[in-house]
Design a protein. Sequence first.
Length: 172
Amino acid sequence: MTIGHSFLQELLLESKVTRRYLEAVPFEKKGFKIAEKSESLGRLAIHIAEITAWWKACLEADKLDFINFEPKDIQSTEGLLSYFDELLEEAKETLLKVKDEEFDKEWSMTYGEEVLFTLPKKQVARLFCMNHLVHHRAQLGVYLRMLDIPVPASYGPSADDEAVVLINKFAL
């Protein structure tokens, strides 16, 4: 199995969970913040979707420059899911064709001429494409909880799923 195929298997599992979280985002509350320093709910949700684009950016180029970056303007849950699905398809295509030796090459995140960091692509894939996604998805779970929206399960049932399981168990 190639490194790309291995990452793809993991991405597909994580994307199922991520999609359930994104499905729960109420865009009528997109301006909600859990604290003044926090991103808004809408911006956080869009960021979670756009992280999926980093697979292609990491594996098909040697750097990602944020100097002119503008987040996509998304105004609905349907638009968010469509964007996520589109980026996931691009990531799948990239991971299916990437050669193992590509993961050993260096990759940089930049802001114009300023190099924010440089790491081997394999580390970028793990830390910024995968772990970064999981980190922000967990943050989204806090936003959902504070808005009293059922939090989807991640690696086992959430407190909301647990209640459903118990109700179904005793309803038999």
